[in-house]
Design a protein around this ligand. Structure first.
Ligand SMILES: Cc1ncc(COP(=O)(O)O)c(C=O)c1O
Length: 358
């Protein structure tokens, strides 16, 4: 089966090989070296001097940590899909008061609307933004949104689960206080590791926070980071796998080159979709560089296309949430060759010819 999924995605063979090695203690010198180098590689990728933590959880753990450490009472969640909604749910379930700024499905959050909302909601402690809304295949204009949040002096918490490693993120220049992702998306590593940057301002807020729990207490993570470790057992195989892919990216010509490969994969998929006569779900100009969300033909359920493509040896992704039946999604994260894109598009053409009959 060739994977064009939205996570977990196909892993690089070099990553799987690295993860198959024998274990060692997470308090050993070997681990300390692995930890130190992986953090440095991630700091380079994200262009940040902030701390980068390696959580023994998926990205949602980091999301919960961001809420518990950085929000005293109230936050504003920008919602244009299921994962923005998840941020709001996580905050509410942790007893925070949540305001939402919502955009219609398929559309991004616009900076002027965020500015307007923050003028009226002056008492929020932080703003949450989903950089790449995987459910709708929409990328939000993070840099512009971050400018607005900084202008209002709020902490900015960014879910970059399906963008980090696949497209540019400049944590320090853009002013992102917490920016997290999961191993099983653009890095092409199996699930289980959440990684994220945490700014000085976020650490300061954490130091004053009460009722922030134990597992995701940023100040505890910072203490262990100084010892080149994690408070609990580190997910060593995933960290070793991440170290391997980040080193490979360096060897392939660096992050810009790697992002260019992502763009090229994405462009080829979009061009193929257009040639098949299909259209994209997101508003023009805001299409995700890592997940292509496609409108199913009027007479065909998106899930039928997903099932039919599985029978042909290609695992795409079903539509999500409210547009589950009207769309289907094609991921371009992880280990994907250009030749496989051509084969997948040919199979999609055959699938549509079979299913889309008047
Ligand atoms: C944008 C976004 N946020 C959060 C998540 C949840 O990540 P995890 O399952 O790693 O906790 C996902 C997973 O698909 C996602 O795409």
């Amino acid at each position: 089966m060739k994977l064009f999924t939205v996570g977990p995605v196909a892993c690089y063979p070099e990553v799987l090989e690295e993860m198959g090695r024998q274990m060692f203690s997470h308090r050993s010198d070997d681990y300390k070296r692995l930890h130190r180098e992986t953090v440095a590689l991630l700091q380079q990728l994200l262009e940040t001097e902030s701390q980068v933590f390696l959580f023994s959880s998926t990205g949602t753990g980091f999301m919960e940590g961001a809420v518990r450490n950085c929000v005293d009472a109230k936050m504003l969640c920008c919602v244009n899909g299921s994962f923005g909604k998840r941020f709001a749910d996580v905050a509410a379930s942790n007893g925070k008061t949540v305001e939402m700024l919502t955009a219609p499905l398929g559309e991004p959050i616009h900076a002027d609307l965020l500015d307007d909302r923050l003028l009226r909601s002056r008492d929020v402690d932080a703003v949450a933004i989903t950089h790449n809304e995987t459910s709708m295949g929409v990328i939000n204009p993070l840099q512009k949104l971050a400018d607005v949040v900084k202008k209002h002096g709020k902490l900015l918490l960014v879910d970059a689960v399906s963008s980090m490693g696949g497209t540019e993120i400049k944590v320090d220049q853009w002013g992102l206080d917490v920016c997290f992702a999961s191993s099983q998306k653009c890095f092409g590593v199996p699930p289980g590791l959440g990684m994220g940057s945490v700014s000085e301002a976020a650490l300061k807020r954490s130091a004053a926070a009460t009722n922030k729990g134990w597992y995701f207490d940023f100040t505890r993570w910072e203490r262990y980071q100084r010892m080149e470790g994690t408070p609990m057992t580190s997910v060593i195989p995933q960290i070793a796998g991440l170290h391997r892919i980040l080193t490979l990216i360096e060897g392939w010509g660096g992050k810009e080159r790697y992002f260019e490969t992502y763009r090229e994969r994405n462009n080829r998929i979009r061009a193929g979709i257009q040639e098949s006569g299909l259209t994209l779900f997101p508003k023009k100009g805001y299409e995700s560089p890592t997940v292509t969300c496609v409108n199913a033909p009027r007479s065909v359920d998106g899930i039928e296309i997903y099932e039919n493509m599985r029978d042909r040896g290609f695992e795409l992704a079903k539509g999500y949430g409210e547009v589950q039946h009207k769309t289907f999604r094609i991921g371009n994260m992880g280990h994907i060759e250009f030749d496989d894109i051509a084969l997948m598009l040919a199979a999609l053409g055959a699938s549509l010819a079979e299913l889309d009959r008047p």
